[in-house]
Ligand binder design. Structure first.
Ligand code: 13P
Length: 253
């Protein structure tokens, strides 16, 4: 399976900064598309401004960092799947730890968003992961299964929806402390086991499982070499086109 490298800009970069970033990315040789797929998740405003500028290289797919649980209506401040698609987004992050733990999104809301996203034609990247306390209490399996079950049980997921799972342990996000290979392997095996039960082996086999949390060029070779890792979801290091491309090159290698 080819690797996936996804950048999550979080609440960084306005429209002009995004334009410059993609101009710089576009000046580089395109990576081998048979070996690596590249996704980028700008903020909504930058995403909207990029649609018709022609600066985003054709080898980068765009996505949104969040989506409403409703298709349309009187929901002030929300953004619908069709708005994201109109802005050129084809993917969406769901259940990112900052939305679960900072904004306070529940498992139920993440599920509603996921169902709305796929009904609206977006490909979901479902983010899951345990907190440090949950890990220390030996509850990794329980937490990952709960997050997967609540989002996916009974959902009709087809291959065309291109579901991806991102395992992002909360304690590794933005801390400089990445999970160890053995911890990643264990967690990804749990994810693969559960999505096989939830979605069936035919679908689950092809769902990429990405790792996220303090990925940088210095630790990425070891992480992407793991058989259980289909790619990476990158925060801080995706903000520079130079370091982001280093990761893309490593993933294609
Ligand atoms: P960092 O790479 O900055 O740790 O962020 C990871 C992340 O949250 C990606 O979604």
């Amino acid at each position: 399976m080819r690797h996936v490298i996804a950048g999550n800009w979080k609440m960084y970069k306005d429209s002009e900064q995004a334009r410059k970033y993609f101009q710089e990315l576009g000046s580089r040789a395109a990576p081998d598309a048979s070996r690596v797929e590249v996704l980028m998740f700008p903020g909504f405003v930058a995403l909207g401004s990029l649609a018709c500028q022609g600066v985003v290289p054709s080898w980068v797919s765009l996505g949104a960092q969040d989506v409403s649980s409703e298709p349309e209506g009187a929901f002030t401040g929300e953004v619908s799947p069709s708005m994201i698609r109109a802005a050129g987004g084809t993917f969406v992050l769901l259940g990112h730890s900052e939305r679960r733990h900072v904004v306070g999104e529940s498992d139920a809301l993440v599920r509603a968003k996921l169902l709305n996203a796929v009904q609206g034609g977006l490909s979901p990247v479902l983010c899951i992961g345990e907190s440090l306390k949950e890990r220390e209490e030996g509850r990794v399996r329980e937490v990952l299964f709960r997050q997967l079950d609540s989002a996916l049980a009974g959902a009709c997921i087809t291959p065309a929806m291109r579901l991806m799972i991102a395992y992002e342990p909360v304690w590794a996000i933005g801390t400089g402390v990445n999970a160890l290979p053995v911890q990643i392997d264990e967690a990804h095996a749990l994810v693969r086991e559960r999505i096989t039960e939830l979605l069936g082996p035919g679908i689950a086999r092809d769902v990429p499982i990405l790792y996220g949390g303090s990925i940088k060029p210095a630790n990425f070779a070891e992480i992407i070499a793991l058989k259980s890792v289909d790619g990476g979801l990158v925060g801080g290091v995706s903000l520079s086109p130079v370091t982001f491309m280093e990761l893309v090159t490593m993933a294609a290698g």
